[in-house]
Design a protein around this ligand. Structure first.
Ligand code: ADP
Ligand code: MN
Ligand code: MN
Ligand code: MN
Length: 349
């Protein structure tokens, strides 16, 4: 017998931080199946009227497995597998909150050579307080916490390190972690590393980010913490973003700077449309200070952390690589953001 967590995104934004809601329930599989073949995991159902994905008189949604992760080595989860699911309405179309299908569809049209690297920032809370809040003298002066070392400036490293191990155990494309500027704030990145990952498609990066968020919540549960993905948890401190690094094949090849510049021009033309899908209350974070650009003004530059789009120094030196969209907030739906960027950069309407 095998225990499988069926994970899906619901039709809500979480009240405390605006993250697209996650739901999961556990199925005991009695039949034999092949974990490497996603089709061998059966569809399941759920009550959509309780997840904002159906009405009470027509409530059944279908959970259709789309990616499986072996989590036997993760001690905060007793199930053997997580299957990420798409939630579907009775007629087979995506239920509210399921934006994955749109990304699958645009990739079919535009080709599958886009890479995404998500820098997921988050804040760890204990009850009302973010970690460090009660230990540090007020007003909090930021400066010592980013990549900080030592108990006077780091709060919650046990969470970040356990989560990194969990992501590795589940086989996610986790790239690294760091302590962030606000006390109790951390970052992990999902994206290409060196080998293997370079075969991944945009869908894989988004799926892995979704599962990484789930693993973080499960780890935090066991430690008596909760996680906030709010864009601006505290008014005068750094907000939490999800910088989205992006490249097409043309950008990654010799001379790719021309494609990077063209993409930046296209992004400038749709700047406000992008802000609208870059997370609940992202405007509170994009104020023009604390390492952000103003949401109303589109800017770009090399190695500049006050802009909308940054070209990393190493990319500018080589003349090819990728760009970093610094605007997305920590609570984005990665499928929506990836779709929007591909749509804008390819000119696909
Ligand atoms: P920062 O200097 O902005 O803090 P990080 O080191 O935290 O950057 O994250 C860099 C991200 O960029 C990683 O997620 C990585 O996978 C991603 N990345 C690296 N190369 C590419 C590329 N060619 N296309 C897309 N993403 C990339
Ligand atoms: Mn980073
Ligand atoms: Mn960061
Ligand atoms: Mn960044």
């Amino acid at each position: 017998m095998t225990k499988v967590d069926y994970l899906w995104i619901d039709g809500t934004l979480r009240k405390h931080d605006g993250l697209p809601g996650m739901r999961a329930k556990t199925k005991v599989l009695t039949e034999r199946f092949n974990p490497r073949n996603i089709l061998s995991f059966p569809n399941w159902g759920a009550d959509g009227s309780s997840t904002n994905q159906g009405s009470s008189t027509d409530s059944d949604i279908t959970l259709k497995p789309v990616a499986a992760y072996n989590v036997k080595k993760i001690d905060s989860i007793t199930s053997d597998y997580i299957v990420l699911c798409e939630a579907l309405k009775p007629d087979g179309t995506p239920a509210d909150g399921n934006h994955r299908k749109k990304l699958v569809d645009i990739l079919k049209k535009e080709g599958n050579d886009y890479w995404f690297g998500f820098e997921q920032e988050y804040v760890i809370y204990k009850e009302y307080w973010h970690l460090g809040e009660r230990e540090i003298e007020k007003p909090i002066v930021q400066g010592m916490f980013y990549c900080g070392v030592g108990g006077s400036v780091t709060f919650g490293r046990d969470v970040s390190e356990a989560h990194l191990d969990d992501c590795l155990a589940a086989g996610l494309m986790i790239y690294g972690t760091n302590a962030e500027v606000m006390p109790g704030q951390w970052e992990f990145q999902i994206g290409v590393r060196n080998i293997g990952d370079t075969e991944a498609t945009a869908i894989h990066f988004c799926d892995d980010l979704t599962v990484a968020r789930y693993l973080l919540e499960r780890r935090a549960e066991t430690m008596g913490y909760y996680i906030s993905f709010a864009c601006k948890p505290r008014k005068n401190l750094n907000g939490s973003g999800c910088h989205t690094n992006f490249s097409s094949k043309a950008m990654r090849e010799e001379g790719g700077m021309a494609a990077i510049k063209a993409a930046i021009d296209a992004l400038e033309g749709k700047a406000l449309e992008h802000i609208e899908v870059y997370g609940m209350r992202v405007k509170d974070r994009l104020t023009g200070d604390l390492e952000t650009g103003k949401w109303e003004t589109f800017t770009s530059g090399v190695a500049d952390r006050t802009v909308s789009i940054r070209i990393p120094r190493s990319v500018a030196d080589k003349g090819y690589g990728y760009l970093e969209d610094r605007r997305p907030g920590a609570n984005i739906d990665p499928y929506v953001v990836a779709h929007k960027i591909i749509e804008t950069v390819t000119g696909d309407e």
